[in-house]
Design a protein around this ligand. Structure first.
Ligand SMILES: Nc1ncnc2c1ncn2[C@@H]1O[C@H](COP(=O)(O)OP(=O)(O)OP(=O)(O)O)[C@@H](O)[C@H]1O
Length: 653
């Protein structure tokens, strides 16, 4: 991520692909019930919470993100620009190919009106020339078509690869705030079903659509050339045909937008359920989930049906218009041929051309179909790509002050008049000041919803403060470059997320250039070496494969080894509370001591045993620090912390 410090939160709250025990689809507090929208988007779209959150309407609840008006066009242009030469070459091939195709009926007219009468007079040259010309045009058009298809296929493949890459890269650069609101299911829908509908257009429809349009232009010109009166009559039919197409397009674009939104909702529900499969099982949510999924599926079915129905309507109208025109022309042409005002060959050519003109008209509906569907998808992708990170990289990064040899890694942290509100909620931190000297270990305690995680996320620069500054050794976090921020602050979250790959690779994420010796040294220091070497392939065990599965406590140890290797100035620990057995907990406690040594640390402490290793304790309530001191001072003070401590002591007895 561009914006964030190195963290364990490779799992955004609803990371879809690699659920781990303890992963939850999304923080419950961020996704209040009732945030479902007309998209059917499952919880995860976050329509407002936080202290004092009213009914704030999040624009993200709509499936289409706000974007500049011409975002779609700009995207298309930027996708095609690198291939401009090939696109023009393909266009020229197509122009010539269509010319070769459309010569056929002209040759037939010539044969009927001139070459056949000449044969009667014993002159065969013209007919042979016509036959050779016909074959020649057929071969030329076949060869040119093949070349065109090859070029078009290559361009479309390149465009799709580029588009998928852009979606992935852009989604990664977007801030946590975006991901919490947009949900991973929708992102997957953009990268899969929406890219797929563009692929369908590029691979199966676009060339034919262009061919139909191009042949329409050629044929119209030829008809006017052959007989301008009948040609004009054909032109008249374009009026109602145009109206039929326009009205179809108007209705179809809506139908396709609804369809694309509906399929996104199906994917969102699917990924959310599979990510949260453990709570689903624990609370026996299978049946309600089935029902909710069936409803979303039915909505997609209806949206799809609407789209098909629109096309059926269009086909009926366009056929009717075409048939009436052909009947009119044949009738009028026949009278004129009978009266000697028109050559029979010309009428024959006319009929052949009209068939060529109107035959693909049903398919035109189909092509317009895939065009509409692709346009709706492109609109959504363009909306996504138009989102700017809310936590941007500084244009002119400021380096952290240099430090001498042998100095401990910790740096000073200052919250300077920080105020913070989530975009979708009320203010969580009212004016907040805090100074943590370099190397101090601070434990933050407080009731749920007090703002502890928010404090940590501001320090990790997952978010920027609404007001005020967070400083690291005097440098505002917003001014720190990506590398300095990664070396500056690391956050280890409860989930201790592991990526697919080996144990060693997972530890190396802390410092990609680390050697195997350094990885092992970090694991040894943390106390993870023994269990890692006991795995089927030791450090090379794939954590997602059979035998590579490791326990929650062991995952924590790997996460600590990763953090130790990263060697950050400030370490934030969102402390693990659950699923650790006692020996596991002791191992984690020991690892924690190792990884914290010499660093500035902020621990969101749930267990008071952790608080005992802290130099200082902050007790938070409603976004404010209500008690601040060493553990001993606070216990002596007889305040909130003293009460908590007493209750804990009593529970140990
Ligand atoms: N992404 C978000 N969007 C909107 N509001 C949020 C978001 N995350 C948290 N909040 C709100 O901010 C407030 C503080 O939440 P925070 O997670 O910082 O509390 P906490 O003290 O860490 O709680 P816990 O101990 O339960 O983790 C809560 O009211 C919560 O509903």
């Amino acid at each position: 991520m561009t914006s964030s410090a190195a963290t364990e939160t490779g799992a955004t709250p609803d990371t879809p692909d690699t659920p781990e025990p303890g992963d939850s689809p999304a923080p419950a507090d961020a996704h209040p019930a009732g945030s479902d929208t007309d998209t059917g988007a499952a919880p995860g779209t976050g329509s407002g919470s936080g202290t004092g959150a009213g009914a704030v309407v999040d624009p993200f609840d709509r499936d289409i993100l706000p974007a500049p008006r011409n975002a779609q066009l700009l995207l298309l242009r930027s996708l095609l620009r690198p291939h401009a030469r090939r696109v023009w070459t393909a266009a020229i091939y197509l122009l010539v190919q269509q010319a070769a195709v459309q010569v056929g009926p002209l040759l037939v007219a010539y044969a009927i009106d001139h070459a056949i009468p000449a044969v009667r007079d014993g002159r065969h040259g013209a007919l042979i020339a016509v036959a050779c010309g016909y074959i020649g045009c057929g071969i030329a058009s076949g060869v040119l078509q093949r070349v065109f298809i090859r070029i078009a296929a290559r361009v479309s493949q390149d465009v799709l690869v580029d588009l998928r890459g852009r979606i992935f890269r852009h989604a990664q650069t977007l801030s946590l705030d975006f991901h919490e609101r947009y949900t991973s299911g929708r992102l997957i829908a953009r990268a899969t079903s929406d890219v797929e509908s563009i692929r369908e257009l590029l691979n199966d429809g676009l060339d034919e659509l262009i061919e139909v349009v191009l042949s329409g232009i050629y044929i119209t010109a030829l008809l006017l050339f052959l007989d301008w009166k009948l040609g004009l009559l054909t032109l008249v039919s374009y009026g109602p045909l145009y109206l039929a197409i326009r009205s179809y397009q108007g209705r179809a674009v809506e139908a396709y937008r609804r369809r694309s939104t509906a399929i996104a909702a199906v994917i969102v529900k699917f990924t959310e359920t599979m990510n949260g499969i453990r709570p689903v099982k624990a609370f026996r949510r299978e049946q309600p989930n089935d029902e909710a999924f069936a409803e979303l599926n039915a909505r997609h079915y209806r949206a799809n049906g609407d789209a098909i129905l629109e096309m059926a309507r269009y086909v009926v109208w366009s056929r009717l218009i075409a048939n009436i025109t052909i009947a009119g022309i044949v009738l009028w042409g026949a009278y004129r041929v009978a009266g000697g005002g028109m050559a029979l060959g010309v009428l024959a050519a006319f009929v052949l051309y009209l068939r060529r003109l109107y035959d693909p008209i049903d398919r035109l509906g189909m092509f317009l179909n895939s065009y509409q569907s692709a346009a709706a998808s492109l609109e959504k992708i363009a909306g996504l790509l138009a989102q700017a990170p809310t936590v941007p990289e500084p244009e002119q990064p400021v380096p952290l002050p240099a430090r001498g040899e042998g100095v401990l890694p910790g740096r000073e942290v200052v919250f300077d008049e920080v105020r913070f509100a989530y975009r979708t909620g009320g203010e969580v931190l009212p004016t907040f000041d805090l100074r943590i000297p370099a190397g101090q270990i601070v434990a933050v305690v407080g009731a749920t919803g007090a703002g502890k995680s928010t404090l940590a996320k501001l320090l990790a620069r997952f978010y920027d403060p609404t007001d005020g500054r967070v400083l690291l050794d005097g440098v505002t976090l917003c001014d720190l470059g990506r590398d300095d921020l990664r070396r500056g602050v690391v956050m280890v979250t409860q989930e201790a997320f592991l990526f697919s790959g080996t144990v060693a690779e997972n530890i190396t994420i802390g410092r990609p250039d680390a050697t195997r010796e350094e990885v092992e040294a970090a694991a040894k220091a943390i106390g993870a070496h023994d269990f890692i070497t006991a795995l089927p392939d030791g450090y090379d065990t794939d954590v997602r494969k059979r035998g590579g599965r490791i326990s929650a406590g062991q995952r924590q140890l790997v996460a600590f080894a990763r953090a130790l290797l990263a060697d950050p100035a400030v370490l934030i620990l969102d402390e693990a509370t659950s699923s650790l057995d006692v020996p596991g907990e002791q191992a984690v406690q020991h690892a924690m001591d190792t990884v914290l040594r010499g660093r500035t640390a902020v621990i969101i402490a749930h267990r008071l045993s952790t608080v005992e290793i802290a130099d200082r304790v902050l007790v938070m309530r409603a976004g404010r620090v209500i008690e601040d001191g060493t553990p001993a001072e606070l216990i002596a003070d007889d305040g909130h912390f003293a009460g908590l401590h007493q209750a804990w002591q009593d529970s140990l007895v």
